[in-house]
Design a protein around this ligand. Structure first.
Ligand code: ADP
Ligand code: MG
Ligand code: MG
Length: 874
């Protein structure tokens, strides 16, 4: 096994082995971009190390040593030759980019001895000691886990002592003094000094990066982003170039297009006389990349050329790190740039327009899940005008509109959110430790840092509203108050955040649904063209249906009739039915309910011209409709004019230990035959009425929770007979189908038999998951988290389909069903119908459609298209 690859041995296809950073450094080297030389230790070597314990294997050490020799040859520099001193960075890089999650060490190779030599050679003592103090700091923190604040404390003390604001104002003498203090921290904290053997430094750094794969931040990040735990990280060892060699040097980050809105323009920030992460650390406020044009015009042009080369090569917008050393440009990283959904749809369309991508490739650049931010509400413009302003000085780091209570730390953000509050996390700047709190907050606001600060990058990744670098905020974390020019807010006060403009307001501002734009429409049009799955919506109210139709849902996959029963007047009628003593009372109640249902269905069919509508007959357990407390029972008895005892006895009789597995759904259809007949009749009468108005209706009547062919046959026959009569009476014709909701494991296994009766199938994945695992969805909260944390389950099976069993059940049922009826229409109407990962599975199984909530229709549509496109690629 080869454990080490020089940059000129790899390429961008090798991300599994070299990690994203390493593979792209290799690719840029191949393309002839100005990349400092280096080599990559593979992810396989990392996994090997994590398995074997605390030592680098002998083989690995040998390969590293060889690679070092080779690097010394290539660079004509040496670790042990102070005249031509080689220094390197040690950089982590997993297959999937995990911003700020893993650790990097710069300037490795410096020692007490050669630092002075470097000073002499460069005639820049300040520079040499700046490098050394950075090394001590990063190495101490990454390798020995010395608390960063110990170093930061010394740094601050020296700056305060000399009345300096910024790191780069420290003189050579200050830095020398600082190095002494840092070294004292080593002896004090570790009992030994900073290692002076360069190879020891490198081995220790490699081990530390390997280990960082399992640090807490990394684990949390992976969980939040569905990154598998068993990828491991690669380690890149790369010749240093120096942005901290005075005013003709600098370091920066840039996006080849604006990651907030997608505009085609260089977008980024840089600092002169700075190194590494100074730009994103929010220490000094960086300059916009456009300034580079005046300050270093030739370099600006070189960057323009390189960025367009890289964009065409990678077929995507890039996120690039660069360093300028005494007027010479180096690229240190490139990767596909994270962007907001708004930017994603624009960039996708532009890249097609520019001939860099085909529409199919363009669709693959957009994260389906991110689209929800595009469809999210924005502040009501009229209300904004009169809203009391906090500040306009913030940067629009990640779009969106959010209102919530101000909190000043991540723990509080998480705790308050768990209590059901909406919170806005307000901080000087965020750090990777804040990630859980950031994920909980409705929005993130910082007083420092730019558009590429930690807060901004992470918020965009999460699709979360963020305003960064709002310098008018004076945050006092101890007193838990933020002061701004016009006043102050305490913890718990309400703030509204507009991430699209960078503006902050006091109090709550109403929101309106945002209008998606032409780029979004184009992306959706392509998605519909390429998807094989159709996307329906789960909806019963006019508003929901209209929303889903705006997103061009192809039909309704689920009308939940019980949702229509909860209005006061209807609830009385259904209670009357359930509590009735005589057949005539029961019929009277049913007639009453039927009137409501017919009206509801009429409205639905009117809206759904030319599109199929699945109406599910009553599914919910009876007890959901009945009163429980004595007071409620009394009141209901009074309303229905029934004796208290009678009502209370009836309720007692309906009481179930396990209602989800009890007397519900088709089982009620069997035991209360009138109920389903009434509902079916309401569907048909509504359909007839609407059809008469020239609307094309396609009712699909669905019987829930069937598990035997007999129960389906009996119900279907009864309904058909009844509806035949109804149609005969009015002398009209109407096409409708009757199908089965497949949601028990048994139903899946006898699907061939069910298909002898059912005219369609629709999988109810909630119940199917519930019954496959034997987890009650309503109670799973009590243990699911523990299961996920302990890795017993990889994912919540109610959020994304269980690949081992539930997927198999769906596949088996589809196959068996279609063995009986080759063109059987099969869909999904559970929650998983809106989950991109599950949609991929449903596509592969060959279902006809998925159905999800109206706002998820675009997400499902894009996910379905991507599934089809990815199919073609393999
Ligand atoms: P991250 O993954 O957190 O971005 P990186 O490994 O990219 O970490 O490095 C952190 C910073 O150090 C980046 O700004 C990067 O450009 C810079 N850097 C890394 N290696 C070198 C090097 N060899 N020379 C100069 N700067 C470097
Ligand atoms: Mg970093
Ligand atoms: Mg980087």
């Amino acid at each position: 096994m080869k454990r080490v690859y020089a940059f000129n041995e790899g390429n961008s296809e090798m991300k599994d082995l070299l990690g994203g950073k390493g593979a792209n450094l290799a690719e840029m080297t191949r393309l002839g971009c100005p990349v400092p030389q280096g080599f990559t230790v593979t992810t396989k070597a990392c996994l090997e190390y994590l398995q074997d314990g605390d030592n680098l294997s002998h083989d690995l050490i040998q390969e590293i040593n060889q690679a070092i020799e080779q690097l010394e040859d290539q660079t004509q520099k040496k670790f042990d030759d102070p005249e031509k001193l080689l220094l390197v960075s040690v950089r982590s890089g997993a297959k999937i980019s995990m911003p700020g999650m893993m650790d990097t060490i710069l300037n490795l190779g410096l020692t007490d001895e050669n630092v002075d030599k470097l000073a002499q050679l460069t005639q820049d003592e300040r520079f040499a000691y700046d490098c050394y103090r950075r090394l001590l700091q990063m190495f101490g923190n990454v390798v020995y886990e010395i608390d960063m604040s110990l170093f930061e404390g010394q740094l601050k003390q020296i700056k305060d002592q000399h009345h300096l604001n910024f790191d780069h104002e420290l003189s050579a003498d200050h830095l020398k003094e600082l190095v002494k203090k840092y070294q004292a921290i080593y002896t004090q904290e570790l009992g030994h000094p900073f290692p002076q053997d360069v190879k020891e430094q490198i081995y220790a750094a490699v081990r530390a990066v390997f280990k960082s794969w399992n640090n807490k931040r990394a684990i949390v990040y992976r969980r939040l982003n569905n990154v598998p735990d068993d990828l491991g990280t690669a380690v890149n060892i790369q010749e240093m170039v120096f942005g901290n060699r005075g005013e003709t040097s600098g370091t920066g980050v840039l996006f080849t297009r604006n990651p907030a809105n997608g505009q085609k323009e260089l977008y980024g920030e840089y600092l002169t006389n700075a190194q590494g992460e100074d730009v994103v650390a929010g220490i000094r406020t960086p300059m916009s990349i456009t300034r580079l044009k005046d300050q270093f015009p030739e370099i600006y042009q070189e960057i323009l050329d390189l960025t367009s080369q890289l964009e065409s090569h990678y077929h995507d917008m890039q996120d690039i790190e660069f360093t300028i050393e005494e007027g010479k440009l180096f690229l240190l990283q490139t990767r596909n740039g994270k962007r907001t959904a708004q930017a994603a749809v624009k960039v996708a369309c532009d890249l097609v327009e520019e001939g860099i991508l085909t529409p199919k490739q363009a669709l693959l650049t957009i994260q389906p899940e991110s689209l929800h931010t595009l469809l999210h509400p924005a502040f009501d413009q009229a209300a904004l005008k009169s809203a009391p302003l906090i500040s306009k000085m913030g940067l629009p780091a990640s779009p969106g509109a959010a209102t919530g209570q101000v909190v000043f730390d991540a723990e509080t953000a998480k705790a308050w959110t768990d209590e059901g509050k909406d919170v806005i996390l307000v901080r000087h700047e965020t750090s990777p430790e804040d990630i859980v709190g950031m994920n909980s907050a409705k929005a993130i606001v910082t007083s420092q840092g730019g558009m590429t600060s930690h807060a901004a990058v992470v918020a965009r990744g999460m699709g979360k509203c963020c305003v960064s670098g709002c310098s008018e905020l004076d945050i006092n974390e101890d007193k838990r108050v933020v002061t701004y020019p016009g006043g102050s807010l305490h913890e718990g006060d309400i703030m509204s955040v507009d991430g699209s403009t960078g503006t902050l307001y006091v109090g709550e501002i109403p929101t309106v649904a945002s209008a998606a734009n032409e780029y979004f429409d184009q992306v959706m049009e392509w998605s519909r063209e390429f998807a094989q799955l159709k996307i329906r919506m789960n909806a019963e109210t006019a508003t929901d249906i209209q929303n889903g139709l705006e997103f061009k849902a192809s039909g309704i996959g689920l009308v939940r009739t019980e949702h229509m029963f909860f209005e006061a007047e209807r609830l009385i009628a259904i209670r009357q039915f359930l509590l009735a003593q005589t057949a005539s009372d029961r019929e009277e109640a049913l007639a009453h309910i039927k009137q409501f249902q017919t009206d509801d269905f009429t409205n639905i069919f009117k809206l759904m011209d030319n599109k199929p509508v699945v109406v599910r007959l009553l599914d919910a357990p009876l007890h959901e409709f009945l009163p429980h407390t004595e007071a409620e029972i009394k009141q209901v008895a009074q309303e229905l004019n029934l004796p208290f005892d009678q009502v209370s006895d009836r309720i007692h009789m309906t009481k179930e230990i396990n209602p989800m597995m009890g007397h519900r759904a088709c089982r009620m259809g069997i035991t209360y035959p009138g109920l389903y007949l009434m509902q079916a009749e309401a569907v048909i009468q509504a359909a007839l009425a609407v059809q008469e108005q020239g609307v094309n209706v396609q009712p699909e009547i669905m019987i829930p929770l069937v598990s035997t062919k007999k129960e389906l046959a009996q119900l279907k026959e009864a309904i058909k007979d009844h509806l035949d009569k109804v149609l005969q009476e009015v002398g009209a014709e109407l096409t409708y189908t009757i199908g089965a909701m497949v949601e028990t494991p048994r139903a899946c296994l006898v699907a061939d038999q069910l298909a002898e009766e059912a005219e369609f199938f629709s999988f109810g994945t909630n119940d199917l998951t519930q019954l496959s695992f034997g987890y009650s969805r309503d109670d799973a909260g009590k243990f699911l988290n523990a299961y996920l944390e302990e890795g017993i389950l990889k994912d919540d099976p109610f959020q994304t389909i269980d690949l081992d069993a539930v997927k198999e059940l769906v596949a088996i049922a589809t196959e068996r069903g279609r063995k009986t009826q080759s063109n059987l229409k099969v869909g999904v109407c559970g929650e998983l119908g809106g989950d991109p990962r599950s949609i991929k599975v449903f596509h592969q199984i060959g279902l006809d459609y998925v159905s999800c909530s109206p706002y998820r229709v675009p997400i499902a549509q894009l996910a379905a298209a991507q599934s089809a496109i990815q199919d073609e690629l393999v």
